[in-house]
Design a protein around this ligand. Sequence first.
Ligand SMILES: Cc1ncc(COP(=O)(O)O)c(C=O)c1O
Length: 482
Amino acid sequence: MLDQNKTPLFSALKKHWESSPLSGHVPGHKFGTVFPAEASGYFEDILKLDATEITGLDDLHDSEGIIEEAQRLAADLYRAKETFFLVNGSTVGNLAMIMGTCSRGSKVLVQRNCHKSILNGLELAGAEPVFLSCEVDERLGVAVSIKPNQLQEALETVDGIEAVILTNPNYYGVAMRLDELVTIIHSYNLPVLVDEAHGAHFILGKPFPKSALASGADVVVQSAHKTLPAMTMASFLHVQGDRVKNKRIAHYLKMLQSSSPSYPLMASLDIARYYLASMHEQEVRDLYDDITDIHQVIGKIEGVEVVVPKSGLQVDPLKLTLRSTTGLTGFELQQLLEKEGLFVELADPQNVLIVLPLAVNDKKHDMIERIARALLGQTKDGKEKGRLIIPPFPVEISRLAIPFSEQHDYEVVKCSLEDAVGEVAAEPVIPYPPGIPLLFKGERITRSTLEYIEVLENHGARFQGSEWLKSNYMYIYKKEKE
Ligand SMILES: Cc1ncc(COP(=O)(O)O)c(C=O)c1O
């Protein structure tokens, strides 16, 4: 192992600033000396690190110095063949991962509950997605895992598959049995690309779920900023094995990332890697004890419960899902918590999700007290009113009826829901819960998808970006007249 106590990028930036350099280069704030006084108190320390590609400070797109060393240290810690620093989130990582792996016209198996950057990547690459549906956890009410038998069926029956894209864990921290899925996919000698946006800390080992790299994935993208002490957007892309070409991914990263990548962001990746590397087993155990404590104390607060998935799948301990036991929806619970100054990651019709810090939390008592105060005086009516029973998902293995490349040839028109059966959706329909896109743009609308929309609407699910559904119409593609 390399010396993980080193922070080559952060240290070089610090040393450069301490040498009292005179900036004759961009950026225009000149290490913070040209800045409005009322803001400089908040920005000044960061601006000291906000340098550019000058002598000695390397270049992300042609790295051979401190950035190369910082990336090598990250690869060493994650046991990857190569690690790339990303300054535009997992979003750019997913785009480059797909464009660097999937060729135009190729078929790619994709877990349905994926982030929009996966779809965008497939569209840019000109690849054809074949979607795999997901199982919904009965208790949590959200999508948790693809089905291994359906994966196997798709691998057997769909010709010309070039790669498989998985998302693990889901937003609520629930992890699939990834190593089983990777073994199945590798038995067809296909690369496994994993969006592990929420799992950059999984290499800490137990009690965290098994990391995608340890499970054998070929390319892994992680939003370091989501769970590690890294600045927003700072992310990693790791490659291992020989199934994919690192150079091809590097080529697309050069095209997709800024030619002036932020040094504070990159330095925060160097620091996040160092932070992770210096966490000892005892610290991880203390952190877990701390989280167990939080669960136990919250368990004693009236009116709220910690939600644990029924499926028995492992959950990231940093993700704390709470639900009212007195009939409040997740959105109502969120409002009560916000009145107490506790801002959560997200709310859905049933749950609120809190992301805990990767450190023993000296704020834990404060958090627990605020949760208890928020729930004081709640009237106990309609027990379990917020509970949503999600019917079985109506779509199994599915493909686009109109490929991305042809969608521009169509006009987008409004269509009433009753006339939509057999038409092709021009907008995605994503109900929350279960958070699985029911329709992607380009997919054929069936009677069962419309029935599913109705059932979910009656249960109070929300449809992301589809306000028009409430007025009983949707947007479809119609061939433009020649
Ligand atoms: C599963 C998943 N993948 C990718 C992303 C995009 O990550 P980023 O915000 O780092 O671009 C998100 C963002 O929430 C996500 O949840």
